[in-house]
Ligand binder design. Structure first.
Ligand code: URA
Length: 232
C-alpha cells in the first residue's frame, strides 16, 4: 500500500503536488470509485490511473543495447544520455533508473539499467567478479606478450598504483581482440590496451555475466525479471 500522491510521483506520472489535481480531477480510482484524498493508501494492483493499471509499479531491470554517442551520466551537461531512450515517464521515476556501471560515450553494447540501488552496488563491486566481455578493434598489432601481460595480475594503468586483476585476452585477428574483465575501472579496456601500446578504435561489450544482446539493435532494450540476479 502506498499513498496515492506518492505512487503517482514515484512512478513518474506527475509531481506530488500535481497529484492533488489528478485526484481532485477523478483520474485515480479503486474498484470503479474515484479516490478523493491524495493521502489515502491504495494497493498497486487495484488502483487505476486514467482507467489503466499503474505503469510498472514494481522494480525495473532493463537490458539496453547502448549505441555509441550517448553517455551514462544523468548530468545533461555531459550530452545526450541513454535514459533518453526510455519512456518519458520512466525518466521521472523515483528511485531513479540508473545504469549498472558505465560504458563510455564511444562504447556500445550490453548495459543494464535499474532502479534497484542495492543491485547497482552489488553488481559494480569488484568483490562479485561478474565477467564482462568486450570486443575491441585496435589501431596497431599487439605485442606477442599482450595476453600474458593482461593475465599477469601485474598490468598497471597509467596514473594508478594497484595493478589490474588478471584479465583474459583472446586475439580474433591481429587488430581485433576479445577481453574478459571482472573489474570496472574508468576506461579500463582502453587503458589496458594503451598500457601494451595499442589504441582502441572501437569497443563493444557483448556480455555481462550471463546476459547478451540477442536480437536487440542499438538503442533497443528489453525487460529482465527484477530478480534475475536474486532478490534484494
Ligand atoms: N572499458 C572502457 O575503456 N570503456 C568502457 O566503456 C568500458 C570498459
Amino acid at each position: 500500500m502506498r499513498r496515492v500522491d506518492q505512487l503517482l510521483a514515484n512512478l513518474g506520472y506527475c509531481s506530488r503536488r500535481e497529484a492533488r489535481d489528478w485526484v481532485e480531477g477523478g483520474r485515480v480510482s479503486v474498484a470503479g470509485r474515484a479516490v478523493s484524498d491524495p493521502g489515502s493508501k491504495v494497493d498497486e494492483t487495484g488502483v487505476r490511473i486514467d482507467g489503466e493499471p499503474p505503469d510498472h509499479p514494481g522494480e525495473l531491470l532493463l537490458l539496453l543495447h547502448k549505441p555509441v554517442g550517448l553517455v551514462c551520466s544523468h548530468d545533461e551537461r555531459e550530452g545526450a544520455n541513454v535514459y533518453s531512450l526510455l519512456p518519458e515517464r520512466w525518466r521521472r521515476r523515483n528511485p531513479q533508473v540508473t545504469s549498472i556501471g558505465r560504458l563510455d560515450k564511444d562504447t556500445s553494447g550490453v548495459l543494464l539499467l535499474t532502479d534497484i540501488a542495492p543491485l547497482v552496488h552489488r553488481l559494480t563491486s569488484p568483490k562479485h567478479k561478474i565477467p564482462k566481455v568486450y570486443r575491441a578493434a585496435l589501431d596497431s598489432d599487439l605485442p606477442g606478450d599482450a595476453a600474458a601481460r593482461f593475465a599477469s595480475g601485474e598490468l598497471l594503468l597509467e596514473g594508478e598504483k594497484n595493478p589490474c586483476a588478471p584479465a583474459d585476452l583472446r586475439m580474433l585477428s591481429p587488430r581485433e581482440a576479445e577481453v574478459t574483465l571482472t573489474e570496472g575501472r574508468y576506461h579500463q579496456v582502453r587503458r589496458m590496451f594503451a598500457a601494451v601500446g595499442a589504441t582502441v578504435t572501437a569497443l563493444h561489450r557483448f556480455r555481462f555475466g550471463d546476459l547478451e544482446l540477442g536480437e536487440l539493435g542499438p538503442g533497443q532494450w528489453r525487460e529482465l525479471a527484477p530478480d534475475h540476479f536474486g532478490k534484494f
